[in-house]
Design a protein around this ligand. Structure first.
Ligand code: GRA
Length: 385
């Protein structure tokens, strides 16, 4: 077993931390308050090669692997959960799916622009009545000549209203059940595609939208993979995007610990820094151990992917479940330590607290991940297949 990060990975992590401290942290509260989407920062991260870690160089990636992607995501997530989403919209939920299932033409057409940040992406799975129950989606893509006619809607789609391209899912044939679900690469500027932004408790500088499809003409080359590959592509993709959420949860939890440690050392009560009180020490210790556990589970899942195990659903569920819950636990504990200063909107902890809850909801709720783990442990259904 090898737990150390290489010099190269450590340098990448540090560079991402420096970038986040300089370009994101000073502005993140204001962006959040104003519901402002910092598109220039998202694009700049593309120029820096942040999104291309698992993508070969011939398509504009850096080919340095999933663990590298996790380290960058964690550091950006430490500054802003809203900007963190870009790792999914530009790469893990879009470019990576196209890389794994697309034709050479599709790869050349879409991947470089997503990785460079020139084009904003999104991945659209969820519908009003199909959240945890993905295959209950109702959108249809009826075969029509060489192409398809897309109808239906999606909801809770990150970056959709700013996106140039979406990887989306719809039934080409409902009669065939799950074999009738297909994946598509949708040009978001197509006629018949409209979006409406939704408001949220947190991650307010990450636009989240409904998408409506009204008789959208999809050309034949919009089909990703083969007809009926939708379930395989969708769950295969979720197993990669969950890595980004786990890493984001670790980053946010670390930001909470950082805020709590700083406060414990600066704030004095009863004649000494509040960190000298054992109850605060206990809370700091529990947070630190929680974060280490979440981080190791997340790094392990990334490492497995770097060994070629992209179908590591079980280990991915451990990481996503644990990191999501660690994020909310740490946000809550930090809030108790900072007291009124935590509750004040003057400090970023209030934003971390609002953002943290999301990590238990997106990319499979904590309950879904516990179900996947529980069924595997009980021998009812293997998670890794
Ligand atoms: O037997 P079949 O051929 O009909 O196939 C079924 C099943 O085998 C079919 O899906 C297959 N399947 C899988 N295939 C490959 C299920 N899981 C996998 C897998 N891991 N790999 C339908 O299955 P079903 O009977 O309807 O459901 P189920 O198998 O009992 O449970 C599926 C489950 C609940 C685990 C699944 O639907 C799930 O994971 N739901 C959670 C959905 C989710 O994660 N949504 C995230 C939305 S995207 C998002 O949050 C964006 C965030 C952006 C950001 O912040 O980064």
């Amino acid at each position: 077993m090898e737990f150390g990060l290489s010099e190269e990975l450590l340098a990448m992590k540090q560079a991402a931390r420096d970038f986040t401290e300089k370009e994101i942290v000073p502005y993140a509260d204001k962006w959040d308050e104003e519901h402002y989407f910092p598109v220039d920062v998202v694009k700049k991260m593309g120029e820096l090669g942040y999104y291309g870690c698992p993508i070969p160089e011939e398509y504009g990636g850096t080919d340095v692997g999933f663990l590298a992607q996790v380290l960058l995501t964690e550091e950006v997530g430490r500054g802003s959960s809203s900007v963190r989403v870009a790792f999914n919209t530009q790469c893990l939920g879009t470019a990576l799916s196209i890389l794994r299932h697309g034709t050479e033409e599709q790869k050349k057409k879409w991947i470089p622009g997503l990785i460079s940040g020139e084009k904003i992406g999104c991945f659209a799975i969820t519908e009003a009545n199909a959240g945890s129950d993905v295959v209950a989606m109702k959108s249809t893509a009826k075969p029509d000549g060489d192409g398809f006619i897309l109808n239906g809607s999606k909801t809770w789609i990150s970056y959709a209203s700013r996106a140039d391209v979406a990887v989306t899912y719809a039934y080409h044939d409902r009669e065939k059940g799950t074999k009738g679900l297909s994946a598509f690469i949708l040009d978001m500027h197509s006629d018949g595609v409209t979006t409406a932004d939704l408001d949220k408790v947190g991650t307010r500088s990450s636009p989240t939208s409904e998408i409506f499809f009204e008789d959208v003409k999809l050309p034949g080359d919009a089909l990703l993979g083969k007809l009926g590959d939708g379930v395989k592509i969708c769950f295969g993709s979720l197993n990669q995007t969950r890595l980004c959420c786990a890493a984001g949860g670790v980053g946010l939890a670390q930001a909470c610990l950082d805020a709590a440690v700083q406060y414990c050392n600066e704030r004095e009560q009863f004649g000494k820094p509040v960190g000298k009180f054992q109850m605060n020490q206990e809370q700091i210790a529990v947070m630190a151990a929680d974060i280490e556990a979440a981080r190791l589970l997340t790094y392990r899942a990334a490492w497995q992917k770097d060994q070629g195990q992209l179908g590591n659903t079980l280990e991915m569920s451990y990481a996503k479940y644990y990191a999501g819950e660690a994020a909310t636990r740490c946000a809550h504990t930090a809030m108790k330590i900072l007291g009124a200063y935590g509750y004040s909107t003057e400090y970023p902890l209030a934003r971390y607290y609002r953002d943290a809850v999301l990590y238990e909801i997106v990319e499979g709720t904590s309950n879904i991940h516990k179900m996947i783990i529980g069924m595997d442990q009980l021998g009812y259904r293997k998670a890794n297949r």
